[in-house]
Design a protein around this ligand. Structure first.
Ligand SMILES: [Zn+2]
Length: 210
């Protein structure tokens, strides 16, 4: 028992040390990546996320193209690759009547980004693009930083990071490094797990994937 506890704490320390430190210029503080910033899984399959845009979301093609290109550039590799085949895709971007007020939701298990056109229609093109960049960030395994447990960091993240919901269309160094760190410290959803979710008709988002 004691040995396991020791091993676990060594592992936790190891992870913190491996985290990349970042200096926020406004506050001059170093921020370490930690596991409150990431989920357990990401949507990549052999390093790639093939995405499919359903017909009802074609009106967001511009924003989707720009957002995926910006992520690929920030990550330094072509992670997001478009496919015309729904069955070949790991991620479906679709329009859906989700919770009013929300612009978009990312569901990682079965790979769905649902966009709420009622909210999106009220947004400028750059704000719609920011929504796409944020939701795509979730598919790389990152969590919402506006929910980060520590209050002062949470407030900083909310003001200054994409995953904190700052509606920026620029993927800065913090966001890019966090996404790379997340891809290293989360597990790609396995084929069997992914297919199980995608073909589960009871899963909330599946009714929107047409
Ligand atoms: Zn989010």
């Amino acid at each position: 028992m004691k040995r396991i506890a020791l091993l676990l704490s060594a592992l936790v320390v190891g992870i913190v040390i491996m985290g990349i430190s970042l200096v926020d210029s406004a506050q001059g503080r170093t921020i370490y990546f930690d596991h409150n910033m990431i989920a357990s899984k990401n949507l990549t399959d052999h390093g790639v996320i093939k995405y499919h845009v359903t017909g009802n979301a074609h009106k967001y093609n511009n924003e989707i193209n720009v957002a995926t290109k910006k992520w690929n550039y920030a990550l330094g590799k072509k992670v997001f690759v478009q496919t015309n085949s729904l069955t070949d895709s790991r991620l479906v971007i679709t329009k859906a009547a989700i919770t009013p007020g929300l612009a978009g939701v990312a569901e990682i298990n079965s790979g769905v980004i649902a966009l709420n056109s009622e909210t999106m229609n009220r947004y400028s093109e750059s704000k719609r693009e920011a929504v796409l960049i944020h939701e795509l960030g979730h598919t790389l395994g990152t969590k919402d930083l506006y929910l980060y447990p520590e209050a002062s960091l949470r407030s900083l993240f909310t003001r200054a990071t994409i995953m904190g919901g700052d509606y920026s269309t620029h993927i800065g160094k913090f966001d890019a490094d966090l996404a790379k760190w997340s891809l290293k410290h989360t597990t790609p959803v396995s084929d069997s797990e992914f297919n199980g979710y995608r073909h589960d008709p009871h899963l909330y988002f599946q009714k929107y994937v047409v």
